[in-house]
Design a protein around this ligand. Structure first.
Ligand SMILES: [Zn+2]
Length: 120
């Protein structure tokens, strides 16, 4: 297990960053929605409406990604608080420190993450 202090700081910094992104994206979505509240919602025939929809959809998709990431980070903070951080959830082996320093939210060792990514 890498130095706990380092990981705690890494996670806190990433949570902070993700939170900022969530705020920014929510604001962006609200702005796009409000700015075009009075324009017709006929996306198929209104080229501008279509752009607005795409813009909003892109922001909503980004937001979903960042929120998922934020949940992972919070989970990692929980694991850190409960002393289960840094143990692979699949094989129970310690996750290498180098991996945790790059991806502190990682739940699996490199081998298990590879197996999972391939769908086994
Ligand atoms: Zn593993």
């Amino acid at each position: 297990m890498p130095r706990e202090e380092l990981i705690r700081e890494l996670l806190a910094a990433r949570v902070e960053h993700a939170r900022g992104q969530v705020m920014r994206l929510r604001g962006e979505i609200r702005e796009v929605t409000l700015a075009h509240r009075d324009t017709p919602a006929d996306d198929e025939h209104d080229p501008e409406g279509s752009t607005v929809t795409l813009e909003r959809e892109r922001a909503v998709a980004l937001l979903a990604g960042v929120e998922a990431q934020l949940a992972e980070l919070r989970d990692a903070q929980e694991r850190l608080a409960h002393g289960t951080f840094g143990t692979c959830e699949r094989c129970g082996q310690p996750v290498p420190a180098e991996r945790l320093e790059v991806r502190p939210e990682a739940r699996h060792c490199v081998t298990c993450a590879g197996i999972r990514a391939r769908g086994h």
